[in-house]
Ligand binder design. Structure first.
Ligand code: OGA
Ligand code: MN
Length: 282
């Protein structure tokens, strides 16, 4: 197994791995050590089935199930419940209409975020497999929140050290003007509290835990909190801290949500984009 850096700060491309077969404990340990260092790993040309993606993902811990949050309903799901369906396809594999509620809801992925920061136990790793990718646009961008933290001046570091934020899907969807949520949906989206500064359990590095899901800082007036979070996000996502992944068919990208943010980029909504994510609970 070999790791080649794809960016000066983070992101490694992994070669010499076949994710369609079982990995040995030593291989899993090597991947865990590599992702603790690089935060994002790119595996090229992995023609895996859903079962193989589940088996590989489970090597890193229990998986999240997507039911119970968001707007997905039982019976409308195309994939096994341990998958987040990041595609633009409905249960019949038909491209979602431009004004489809699910599509509009999923446009929240175009805002910088960390997966499941709105859950009481947020995600550690996400694994996204590009089964059908678009020829133009539809890239995924990643930002290194350790580099962001390191770049803050001493006053900022002191100011944010003890802050607690409220995260909810309601806030990120609100930002895009998607607010026709039912009471039942709002109920599954109740805000949770997360520290703004996290220390990574393996690397020991500090990072700033930002996401567009943040709507409040405990003890702060809301507009001041939102303006401050915007300022921090602007610094944290400056071009030097960002890697843009241009998808090739069957890429699998694995990232650590504890120390990165990511966002999807725009693409032609009439084209099929079949991306399937498994998510390891933190
Ligand atoms: C995700 C996500 C971005 C993309 O899978 O969690 O945010 O480019 N995806 O589809
Ligand atoms: Mn995401």
């Amino acid at each position: 197994m070999e790791f080649r850096p794809l960016h000066p700060l983070f992101v490694g491309e992994v070669s010499g791995v076949d994710l369609s077969r079982a990995q040995t404990p030593a291989e899993i340990a090597a991947i865990e050590a590599a992702i603790a260092e690089h935060a994002v790993l790119v595996f090229r040309d992995q023609r895996i089935t859903d079962e193989q993606q589940l088996a590989f993902s489970e090597c890193f811990g229990p998986l999240e199930h997507t039911g119970g949050t968001g707007i997905s309903k039982p019976g409308e799901q195309r994939l096994h419940p341990a998958f987040a369906d990041v595609s633009n396809l409905d249960v019949n594999n038909t491209v979602l209409a431009r004004d489809s509620r699910r599509r509009l809801y999923s446009l929240g992925n175009m805002l910088w975020h960390s997966d499941s920061s709105f859950k009481p136990v947020p995600a550690s790793y996400s694994l996204l497999s590009g089964r059908v990718v678009v020829a133009k646009g539809g890239e995924t961008e990643f930002a290194d929140m350790r580099a962001a933290y390191d770049s803050f001046d001493a006053d900022t570091k002191t100011q944010i050290e003890e802050l607690i934020c409220e995260h909810s899907l309601i806030y990120s969807r609100q930002t895009l003007g998607f607010d026709d949520l039912t009471e039942a949906e709002r109920d599954t989206m109740r805000p949770v509290r997360q520290p703004l500064v996290r220390t990574h359990p393996i690397s020991g590095r500090k990072s700033v835990y930002l996401a567009s899901h943040i709507g409040k800082i405990l003890g702060w007036p809301v507009p001041e909190a939102r303006a401050f979070i915007r300022d921090l996000t602007e610094i944290a996502t400056q071009p030097a801290f960002v890697y843009r992944h241009v998808w090739q068919p069957f890429d699998l990208v694995m990232w650590d949500n504890r120390c990165t943010m990511h966002r999807a980029r725009r693409y032609d909504a009439t084209q099929v984009r079949d991306m399937r994510r498994t998510t390891v609970a933190g």
